[in-house]
Design a protein around this ligand. Structure first.
Ligand code: PLP
Length: 404
């Protein structure tokens, strides 16, 4: 008889965001007169930039013509896009990344999840707590997480990110092999400076570990001491893989385009991880649509840069409104300065699901309970800055009213 991958059976409950969505839908159904404001899932609300739309239309027209039609493209992505990525996202910051170190994909979520394919199941994995759930769940699916006991995976090294450490993880006290880092962070909204990242690169070098660096939110960085890429830290090319995405940078959450960087210097036992990923990517993936890659390319035009930056500034302004609004309402808040996420402490030690319910029912504002991101998220909720400005202002007004 065929056997299933029974690691899937170990996965706890339903996915965090579907529980949040179900609760909020049930509330809206029961109270159709209420205008529920969603500050939960990290999805953008602004449309694609005009420069991006224009490039897409042009590419669609090309597909209608035998001379310019494109079928299968290179699995790793077209050079026209990879060259722009190398130039704008790396060279402009003094980092030398070759085109063949860049793999274009349909999402940082897929890449963060799939990257486990090239690592042995025996690796010890260190993951922040709280965390974007994909890292944990995909390691569990691969059999690298052990068993889920009392709300924790017993073979994962948890790195608690707590208030007393500015919500930054601390270097592992035991030897680990794979370290997931995400800055600017989802869900905490905090970012690490170059100086704060350097010890991680040193640790990885000393221990033969690999850092999986998710910088999906780099476009939100405002502090010049926060690096946009882990490769801004000396030596990182030998130890780190970087994940980037057009989702939050340019509103591509529904359009789907991202990329992963694996420098040739990164080797384990003399084997380049770049070549393993290339093998994996070309075997299991057939490339991002031509139309979408042209759209992503347009992000790097002067118009595309100006338009996408404007959208980021809009969300950062929302983040400021949330930070200030919640602070005025008497809450302790973190993040939101280099990220579209605000991490708010629940009042009087209230549980995070309890506070989520209270905000939903009494202020009609949907947040995400911190506990859903990991045990150390208990006592917090996450708010996102991706609503409209009007809704963000209204949500803060309601929350202030609630605590009056
Ligand atoms: N990484 C982090 C930390 C995220 O928060 C998200 C989306 O919310 C992703 C990756 C997914 O990005 P993509 O839309 O490219 O799959």
């Amino acid at each position: 008889m065929a056997k299933i991958n029974d690691n899937y059976l170990k996965l706890p409950g339903s996915y965090l965001f579907s529980t949040v969505a179900k609760k909020s839908a049930a509330y809206s159904e029961a109270h159709p007169d209420k205008n529920v404001i969603k500050m939960s899932i990290g999805d953008v609300t602004k449309p694609l930039a005009p420069a991006v739309i224009e490039a897409m239309h042009k590419a669609v027209d090309e597909m209608a013509n035998a001379e310019t039609f494109r079928g299968y493209g290179p699995e790793q992505g077209y050079d026209f896009l990879r060259e722009k990525i190398a130039e704008f996202d790396y060279k402009a910051r003094g980092i030398d990344i070759a085109v063949d170190e860049i793999f274009v994909s349909d999402g940082a979520k897929s890449d963060c999840g799939n990257i486990g394919d090239i690592f042995s199941v025996d690796n010890k994995v260190a993951i922040c707590d709280p965390v974007y759930p994909v890292y944990m769940d995909t390691n569990a699916m691969a059999g690298r997480a052990g068993d889920y006991v009392d709300g924790k995976w017993n073979n994962i090294y948890y790195m608690p990110c707590l208030e007393e450490n500015g919500f930054l993880p601390q270097l592992p006290k035991e030897k680990v092999d794979i370290i997931y880092l995400c800055f600017p962070n989802n869900p905490l909204g905090v970012a690490a400076t170059r100086e704060q990242l350097k010890p991680w690169v040193d640790y990885a070098k000393e221990n033969g570990a690999v850092i999986l660096y998710d910088s999906a939110y780099e476009a939100f960085i405002t502090n010049p001491n926060v690096p946009h890429s882990i490769y801004e830290v000396e030596g990182a090319k030998e130890v780190a893989i970087e994940f980037r995405s057009f989702s939050k940078t340019a509103g591509f959450t529904g359009t789907r385009c991202a990329y992963t960087v694996i420098p040739h210097e990164l080797k384990l036992d003399g084997v380049e991880l770049n070549s393993l990923w290339n093998r994996r990517h070309t075997t299991k993936f057939n490339g991002v649509p031509y139309i979408i890659q042209r759209a992503a390319e347009a992000v790097y035009t002067p118009e595309g840069q100006a338009q996408t930056k404007e959208a980021i500034a809009y969300y950062l302004e929302n983040a400021r409104i949330i930070r200030e609004g919640l602070t005025e309402a008497g809450f302790t808040v973190y993040g939101g300065e280099n990220a579209p996420y605000i991490w708010a402490k629940t009042p009087n030690g209230m549980g995070s699901w309890e506070f989520f319910d209270k905000l939903l029912e009494e202020a009609n504002v949907v947040t995400t309970p911190g506990e859903g991101f990991g045990p150390s998220g208990e006592g917090y909720v996450r708010l996102t800055a991706f609503s409209t400005k009007e809704n963000t202002i209204e949500a803060m007004r309601r929350i202030k009213e609630l605590v009056k």
